[in-house]
Design a protein around this ligand. Structure first.
Ligand SMILES: [Zn+2]
Ligand SMILES: [Zn+2]
Length: 342
């Protein structure tokens, strides 16, 4: 038997057991290396839902993971037992209109591991072992790159996808609201994309220290400065905090004609000065998960062009998931908390 971290409802996390399966055609059995607890996992843990997706039956979260290949099914050629792998949680259908247009993250038949979007829920990656389609795995043979770093490929892909949605970033000033994992990954991504200046805003010192550690040029406590100090300063704003005041910071900081990319999950209904979008001709776009940016993220981590090590705050054995989730909830003490197998 293997163990899994299972959510039964809000604040009801249990370690459960399940029968391990053998891989079928083009499937690979992977042992968990490291699995990062994401903001959406914390939403499931605290509220039993993340955005519009609610838990309707016991559910195993987890979509940011790395692992080690244990065994391979018939027909598998990309990986072999013993290899470290990055795991893309996304499995688009490949033939719908969105997939054919290169926007597989919008696939209507998407199977996304660790999301309660589909019912019956498929279990996510906070499990000792799991089966994954071969096409979702990328082997990482570099010995110096840790399983913890490889597990950061998914959140980095979110930052890189946000840059894709931002358009040309070269030479621009990019302002990011939120210095959590996604904000910091967006800062790394903005530098990779050629931003001239990266500004990160938050209301906590720890978050801003992290942003600085991964290369942000300017880190600001938005609760301690005058809004006018930021007005009309950014060509691109990345909303990665998920709250109303952060959206207002973006609207204020955006220059005329600037682009705002919403990456964070905002409250279901909120008031904000929407006429700014019209009168200052702002582009307000969304960024949802990632598509080709996953491969870019794996490459950036494999070469350490993206050094995500400062962001990994703590690792806990899978059996101590409760402690790990509780630490992850406390932003004053953690950025990325990961579950690992020893
Ligand atoms: Zn995530
Ligand atoms: Zn599709």
């Amino acid at each position: 038997m293997s163990i899994a971290c299972t959510l039964y409802g809000p604040m009801d996390l249990r370690i459960t057991e399940y029968q391990t399966q053998q891989p079928g055609m083009h499937e690979v059995r992977v042992r968990l290396g490291a699995g990062g607890i994401c903001g959406s996992d914390l939403h499931y843990y605290q509220h039993g839902r993340a955005g519009i997706f609610a838990i309707r039956a016991p559910f195993v979260p987890g979509h940011e993971a790395s692992g080690i290949v244990e065994s391979v099914g018939p027909g598998v050629t990309r990986v072999q037992p013993g290899q470290k792998v990055a795991i893309n949680p996304s499995h688009p259908c490949g033939h719908c209109n969105f997939c054919r247009e290169g926007r597989g993250n919008l696939c209507a038949q998407m199977v996304f591991l660790g999301s309660a979007a589909i019912f019956p829920h498929l279990p996510g990656l906070f499990r000792e072992h799991f089966l994954v389609a071969e096409q979702q795995l990328t082997p990482i043979d570099e010995s110096g790159i840790t399983l913890g770093e490889i597990a950061c490929a998914e959140p980095l892909s979110i930052g890189l996808h946000a840059m894709l949605r931002a358009g040309s970033v070269l030479g621009k000033t990019v302002l990011i609201t939120g210095g959590g994992t996604i904000g910091c990954m967006s800062a790394i991504a903005a530098r990779i994309a050629g931003a001239a200046k990266v500004i990160v805003c938050d209301v906590q010192d720890r978050a801003l220290e992290m942003a600085r550690a991964v290369g942000a040029d300017q880190c600001l406590r938005t609760d301690q400065i005058e809004a006018s100090a930021l007005a009309d300063t950014a060509d691109i704003c990345i909303e990665a905090a998920g709250n109303v005041s952060a959206v207002n910071t973006c609207l204020n900081a955006a220059r005329r004609g600037a682009r705002i990319v919403q990456v964070g999950t905002l409250p279901p209904e909120m008031l904000f000065p929407a006429n700014q979008i019209m009168s200052r001709e702002l582009d307000y776009v969304g960024a949802f998960r990632a598509h080709q940016a996953f491969d870019w993220a794996v490459e950036a981590i494999r070469t350490r062009r993206a050094d995500v090590r400062p962001l990994i705050s703590a690792q806990f054995p899978l059996a101590q998931s409760q402690e790990a989730f509780d630490l992850a909830l406390d932003r004053t003490r953690s950025t990325k908390v990961q579950l690992v197998m020893d």
